[in-house]
Design a protein around this ligand. Sequence first.
Ligand code: HAM
Length: 422
Amino acid sequence: MPQKVQRVKGVNDILPQEARQWQALEHIVKQVMDRYAFGEIRPPIFEKTELFARGVGEDTDIVSKEMYSFSDMSKSSLTLRPELTAGVVRSYIQNNLQQISPVQKLWYEGPMFRQERPQKGRYRQFWQFGAEAIGSPNPEQDAEMIALFYTILKELGIESSVTLKINSVGDGESRALYRSSLQEYLRPHLSLLSETSQKRFESNPLRILDSKAPSDKELVRDAPKIRECLNKASATHYAEVLKMLEAMDIPYIQDDLLVRGLDYYTHTIFEFTSDALGAQDAICGGGRYNDLVSELGGQDVPAIGWASGIERLLLVVDALQPLKADSGLDLFLIVQGEDLRVKAPKLIHEWRRAGLRCDMDTLRRSMKAQMREANRQEASYVAILGEDEFGQGIVQLKNFKTGEQEAVSFENVASYLRSHGS
Ligand code: HAM
């Protein structure tokens, strides 16, 4: 026997039952994005490796060890997107989107790829939906972005079980000041830091703040806070964002240790976390990235965005407030008699064209087996078709729940089900 091919480690098959949950979530996401006037963008799944190296940052975990990179026939290095902010910005620049309007509000959904160690809520192919607003430097844009995700949580009915953690890393000047004050504080304890943090001491000391190593955590507890190093403009921006969140009744906690694992952030950064998950508790992360557009060759245009992991979000939704997905059929056609097998496809074809969700047996099974199949597919009605019925141009429509049965002509089946509510 040939060996079965197994799926790659850390990726998932989303089977039809689960896909219904995904569709219910996607429906909510699309509606909310529409209400907030975001347009959908669908950039490619792979890009030149250089885009992520420059955009996300050479020193980040994503670029230094997690990317799926390969070369194509022209020997250029390509990478399966580990995230979509860099791709959206590349597309914004390349397609001159600023010419269409000075603020571009874009959303997306799709698979991302990172070679991380798989565990619950952490996969190598995972899905994100996300939003990017490119063009406005002002705090009301930050507030709108956060409100956008909060509204999705509300629609899902899980907002009270999710925590919004927020912080500001300020502008370049504030970050430079903080960087040296953090280094000054840590320098005498350098040998106590974990190996990774010692490496980051020069290249990216802010990342030491979110180290998971116990010795680092202990040291970092009393470290100076970035909030205290924000210059006036950065502090004002941040304070205004918080004020607007309060006005919208969006609860938050300020987390002085929150830093994000991607290099492009400036000013406001945030994460939504849930206790319903294990170690991988972030269901959404994002922030401002005022320098990325210019760093990738565009004009000096500010931006802010976030992305949410769909698998993780659905783990939370399943644990707290499962989505109601309408899974059953309207109708299952049950055919009695060999000769009718050739007539049945046309009948069901017409009902489907009339908008009914219906199915029939194609294995030529017994009546009993067809009934079982109708039951398995949670059909509201079965339509029984025998020789007599066919002769009269009718089917016996049987309500699967109540057992009530009525003869209905072929062409009236759709309107009958609509008026009786399948
Ligand atoms: P990120 O924090 O790397 O940010 O990812 C955002 C979200 O994607 C996470 O909060 C998590 O829910 C989900 N996620 C990340 N990695 C995995 C994984 N391996 N398995 C399952 N889910 C995962 C970004 O990607 C930024 N592009 C967000 C952003 C947009 N910032 C500005 N604009």
